[in-house]
Design a protein around this ligand. Structure first.
Ligand SMILES: *[C@@H]1O[C@H](CO)[C@@H](O)[C@H](O)[C@H]1NC(C)=O
Ligand SMILES: *[C@@H]1O[C@H](CO)[C@@H](O)[C@H](O)[C@H]1NC(C)=O
Ligand SMILES: *[C@@H]1O[C@H](CO)[C@@H](O)[C@H](O)[C@H]1NC(C)=O
Ligand SMILES: *[C@@H]1O[C@H](CO)[C@@H](O)[C@H](O)[C@H]1NC(C)=O
Ligand SMILES: CC(=O)N[C@H]1CO[C@H](CO)[C@@H](O)[C@@H]1O
Length: 368
């Protein structure tokens, strides 16, 4: 957002200040960042809700590498929104439950670990996407009170709205249909319908610029591979069915946002190919600076794929690697801070094969 301000040089003429030269300068204030979705983005919202340790990460060793205390982030340090905020010259975006009014102008993070696009996904233990939208609507009211209608309108129109959602809907679908997880095109349409209605809700509040992460190759997560290995379904290879569901979601996503672009004047979007970068770093870890991509740093059992990191969940015994910098995955289902940093660099500066039609550097600058 370019705020116009005038700098004037005055001369004093007989007690009257007369401007002789005024310079109009553009003071660049970074657009705000509003964040929605699941554990990929949750900075600790789940610390404040009635849930279980399964959906939380507010205990050691989460956060150990960067914050030095467990913030609630599902990794050893910063997440993608933290890096993007840094690149955009914004402070860390506060969780919804930690906003003080002074922070509102830079954005708010509403994401909740375990949530999906559907209210049924992890119902009762997470803040679903529709409720995240309600919380956002609340924030827009607070913002209006704080800075006034005109300024809040500008902030909301220039802001970037950042989404990571859908993986947990896929997992819920697989869990409910573990014997024959034949994908239901109908289920995908319901997911897309719910995601669409949340995007429209933000648009209605004045939001225009949307960034979507597509889904990772979910069948390759250590948690999924360990589960299938233990059940004797596979030898620990990636679960094709889970990855295929992610691929189907990923082909529906651009169609959905293109549709919105046609329907809603001024609607802009960009999509980060999270699938591609996770698949690539899983298959070619050294290219990304990792040694180990198939086993997580923190967890239990094969590939440390049992979700036990921290010992607060069902399984209390867990292993923690010595050199987390070598690992793509921190726990059984979440990338390490180092991986998030690499992905964030690609999201910020990347070429159209990973982020299109805009990378975030140009998307932030895009005027509405
Ligand atoms: C939290 O959830 C549990 C299980 O759903 C329930 O038994 C308990 O009463 C809830 N606690 C609060 C404070 O709402
Ligand atoms: C909105 O904020 C008000 C006041 O802070 C609060 O009472 C209400 O529960 C909030 N609504 C939602 C949906 O969070
Ligand atoms: C959202 O999902 C629910 C099921 O969770 C479904 O009944 C509803 O029709 C969906 N809404 C849209 C707009 O697709
Ligand atoms: C594991 O299974 C996959 C798929 O069935 C197969 O392609 C791969 O060769 C197997 N690997 C080993 C080490 O047996
Ligand atoms: C959660 C989920 O997707 N459940 C589905 C499992 O499969 C049956 C039959 O195909 C569907 O009716 C359920 O909706």
């Amino acid at each position: 957002m370019a705020l116009i301000s005038s700098l004037c040089i005055f001369v004093l003429v007989a007690h009257l200040a007369t401007p002789i030269l005024c310079i109009r300068s553009h003071i660049h204030q970074a657009p705000a960042l509003f964040v929605f979705g699941d554990s990929i983005f949750d900075p600790g919202n789940n610390n404040y809700i009635n849930t279980t340790a399964t959906f939380q990460a507010n205990y050691f060793p989460y956060g150990e590498s960067f914050f030095k205390y467990p913030t609630g982030r599902n990794s050893n340090g910063r997440l993608i929104p933290d890096f993007i905020a840094e690149y955009a010259n914004l402070p860390f975006i506060p969780s919804y439950f930690e906003i003080e009014k002074k922070h509102l102008v830079h954005g708010v993070n509403f994401a909740s670990g375990g949530s999906g696009c559907l209210a049924e996904t992890s119902r009762g233990s997470v803040i679903d996407l529709k409720t995240q939208l309600k919380n956002f609507e609340n924030v827009t009211q607070l913002l209006k009170k704080k800075v006034g209608k005109t300024e809040s309108h500008k902030i909301l129109a220039n802001a970037v709205y950042f989404f990571s959602s859908g993986s947990n809907d896929v997992f819920a679908h697989l869990a409910a249909n573990s014997t024959s997880p034949s994908f239901d095109q109908e289920y995908l349409q319901i997911i897309m319908g719910n995601l669409t209605s949340v995007l429209k809700g933000i648009y209605k509040e004045g939001g225009r610029k949307f960034v979507m992460l597509n889904l990772a190759p979910l069948g390759c997560l250590p948690s999924v591979r360990a589960f299938n290995l233990q059940k004797g379904v596979t030898n620990g290879s990636c679960m094709e069915k889970a990855t295929n569901l992610a691929k189907m979601f990923n082909s529906a996503l651009p169609k959905m946002v293109k549709q919105l672009e046609k329907q809603l004047p001024g609607f802009k979007y960009t999509i980060f190919n999270f699938f591609k970068v996770v698949a690539d770093s899983f298959n070619n870890p050294t290219k990304y600076g990792f040694k180990i991509s198939k086993t997580a740093c923190c967890g239990t059992g094969p590939f440390r794929g049992i979700l036990s990191c921290g010992g607060k969940r069902q399984v209390k015994e867990y292993e923690l690697c010595n050199n987390v910098k070598d690992y793509l995955f921190f726990d059984s289902s979440h990338p390490s801070e180092q991986a998030y940093q690499k992905y964030s660099e690609l999201l910020w500066n990347g070429t159209p094969d990973v982020v299109a039609p805009y990378n975030l550097k140009s998307f932030f600058e895009l005027s509405t």
